[in-house]
Design a protein around this ligand. Structure first.
Ligand code: SER
Ligand code: ZN
Length: 507
């Protein structure tokens, strides 16, 4: 990597009288200050001021460097050093930093497939030759340099190039377990049949459902089974969170960069003062419609989204905390907040919707505690799927979910970490072999979130994870295999379910 920076330090006063001192200071820095951090076995490494010129209060610097002391870091070091050396004698200090141009040449593992798709903020020009990329940066201020934008620009570029190679590649999927084959009661799509019977109703907005008593009881029974048969026996305790997630939380989980196109956003009223709403209220009273343009003016730009998964806010609740050894492993679950995802074209039935209900358990503990917990969770799930729901299911190791949701880098997870999916066969989709099975649950362990939320233990480093229990997904898996006639349901489920509600007769 070669970094080539032209910048000007603008002092509070004329520095021409200090020109000898400046020259001396720059020469000395070239020998020492700009070499600090270079490994011993690297010859001639670090940054180097190649040229400088002084004009009144401006000190222009041309700095060339390698990756050990990046040119912009060198500039910030020099600013500090010059302030210290010139301050007492010449009574001047750096008042402003002007970055004129910054060209970075870096080696790439491989060339991009499509250069035109690599537009990035702050990157004015990108050129590729052999395995080298030359990029010219603009609009960088001192603050942006100090905040490490340059590294992030470089990382983002590499990430985008790598992503071009992953497109269309099969996602990781490795079968871990397969249940016995089960007899299927029917081959219908349960959503369609429930819709016909009036157990569910589409809407009121797109990708949402209204569950009438029969369907609601099926969903609520599955939720209760998950809590009573999986979570309670393992010691999970219930929490209640907010459904609105401020952006800083999604920045820390990565959702803000991973799924900004799928989030629902929340807008606050720009004022609560009723007088300022009078006009819009009058218009609504008269037209019986909402004047959308006016409403737009009366609401703020969103600064939060609606829950996409419950785990981010649970992590937020523990941000920067140290958890006592006695509380470990911490076993929590959230069961009150629905999740929303803007699905657009992908919607289908009750299993792929814009709003769904999920019990989300989150666990935090040492690696040993969590790998043990993972086994216990799988054991409890197996009991429920086999003995209570009696469904045909399988378990596969897949890409860690944050790769899909949270813009994470593709890196190999340690063997025990990562994500497992639970999948169920849906007979209405076709044969076991050729149809896509439904992911109706998942289970993950990560390092990512305890690190990004700075959640610490007293003695050991902590990991975390979550296991999504999507109620509509459980319902689809169960009903697609077992039908919607209660008499044909397995004994175990019937016991938990009790009697079918009377429902609503519509004429
Ligand atoms: N947070 C995980 C997911 O969204 C588990 O629910 O898939
Ligand atoms: Zn989660």
């Amino acid at each position: 990597m070669r970094l080539d920076l032209n910048a000007t330090l603008i002092f509070s006063d004329d520095v021409e009288p200090a020109k000898d001192k400046i020259k001396e200071c720059l020469e000395e820095s070239n020998r020492d200050l700009l070499k600090r951090g270079v490994p011993e076995d690297v010859e001639d490494g670090g940054a180097n001021v190649r040229a400088h010129s002084i004009e009144k209060e401006n000190l222009h610097l041309h700095i060339i460097s390698d990756r050990y002391v990046r040119a912009h870091d060198a500039l910030l070091r020099l600013k500090k050093q010059l302030n210290q050396e010139l301050g007492p004698e010449f009574h001047v200090g750096v008042r402003d930093v002007d970055i004129e141009d910054y060209i970075i040449e870096l080696e790439l593992e491989r060339l991009p497939k499509r250069e035109e798709d690599l537009k990035l903020p702050f990157v004015e020009r990108l050129e590729f030759e052999d395995d080298m990329c030359s990029m010219s940066l603009s609009s960088l201020s001192e603050e942006r340099l100090a905040k490490n934008y340059v590294d992030r620009i470089i990382n983002r570029l590499r990430e985008k190039i790598e992503a071009q190679y992953y497109e269309g590649k099969e996602e990781k999927w490795e079968l871990l377990f397969k249940s016995e084959k089960k007899d299927m009661v029917w081959r219908e799509d349960p959503t369609e049949v429930m819709d016909d019977r009036g157990w569910i109703k589409r809407g009121p907005t797109k990708g949402k459902w209204f569950y009438r008593p029969e369907a609601a009881k099926i969903l609520k029974t599955l939720e209760r089974i998950a809590v009573e048969e999986v979570l309670k026996p393992l010691g999970f305790e219930e929490v209640i969170e907010s459904m609105m997630v401020p952006f800083d939380v999604w920045i820390d989980t990565g959702h803000m960069e991973g799924i900004p196109n799928e989030a629902y956003y929340v807008a606050e009223p720009s004022t609560r003062n009723p007088d300022e709403w009078a006009e819009i209220i009058d218009e609504i009273k008269i037209t019986k419609e909402v004047p959308l343009e006016k409403l737009d003016e009366m609401t703020d730009t969103p600064k939060a989204g609606i829950c996409y998964a419950q785990c981010p806010v649970i992590y937020w609740s523990l941000r920067n905390e140290t958890i006592s050894d006695d509380s470990l492993p911490l076993l929590l679950y959230e069961d009150t907040v629905p999740s929303t995802r803007y699905e657009s074209g992908g919607r289908h039935g009750i299993e792929r919707v814009d709003e769904f209900h999920r019990v989300e358990p989150v666990y935090i503990g040492t690696k040993e505690q969590l790998t043990k917990l993972k086994d216990s969770l799988i054991e409890r799930y197996t009991y429920v799927f086999d003995e209570i729901l009696d469904i045909e299911w399988r378990m596969a190791k897949v890409e860690p979910f944050y790769l899909q949701q949270a813009g994470g880098e593709r890196e190999e997870e340690e063997a025990d970490l990562g994500t497992i999916d639970f999948e169920a066969y849906l007979p209405y989709r076709g044969s076991r072999e050729d149809s896509e099975w439904l992911e109706f649950g998942n289970l993950s362990i990560f390092r990512k979130y305890t690190e990004s939320f700075n959640i610490k233990g007293q003695t050991e480093k902590l990991l975390s994870g979550c296991t999504g229990i999507g109620i509509e997904r459980w319902a689809t898996a169960f009903l697609a295999q077992k039908g919607i006639d209660a008499e044909k349901w397995p004994e175990g489920f019937r016991e938990h379910f009790g009697d079918m509600p009377k429902g609503i007769e519509l004429l």
